[in-house]
Unconditional design. Structure first.
Length: 111
């Protein structure tokens, strides 16, 4: 039983580390919460300014790539280019106008 618990803890920490590397601090915290990780408190610490700035730059670049018509908003069709966003489109569209503004997109992806 002890070996099984140790393996589960290793997997939990590995998952948290992988999520932190792939998604950055805030995304990893959300992922860790889903799995009930004990590492969650550490991951919820504010990310260093440089890491936050880099994350926002990546998010802005993704938004720009998806915004095919350049109107500064993502339609449901444009959001299909980003499957994770398309799946949560209605949740991210906080004002219900069936378009994602850059601010809604950032809040839905980064925050």
């Amino acid at each position: 039983m002890r070996k099984s618990r140790t393996l589960a803890r290793f997997e939990e920490h590995s998952l948290a580390l992988f999520a932190a590397l792939v998604m950055g601090g805030s995304g990893a915290a959300v992922h860790a919460r889903e799995y009930g990780s004990l590492v969650q408190a550490q991951l919820q610490q504010p990310a260093p300014r440089a890491a936050r700035d880099e994350a926002h730059q990546r998010v802005n670049a993704a938004f720009d790539r998806a915004d095919a018509n350049g109107d500064g908003k993502l339609s449901r069709e444009e959001a299909q280019r980003l499957p994770a966003v398309a799946e949560r489109f209605d949740e991210i569209d906080s004002n219900g106008d069936r378009l994602l503004s850059r601010a809604e997109f950032q809040r839905g992806v980064v925050d």
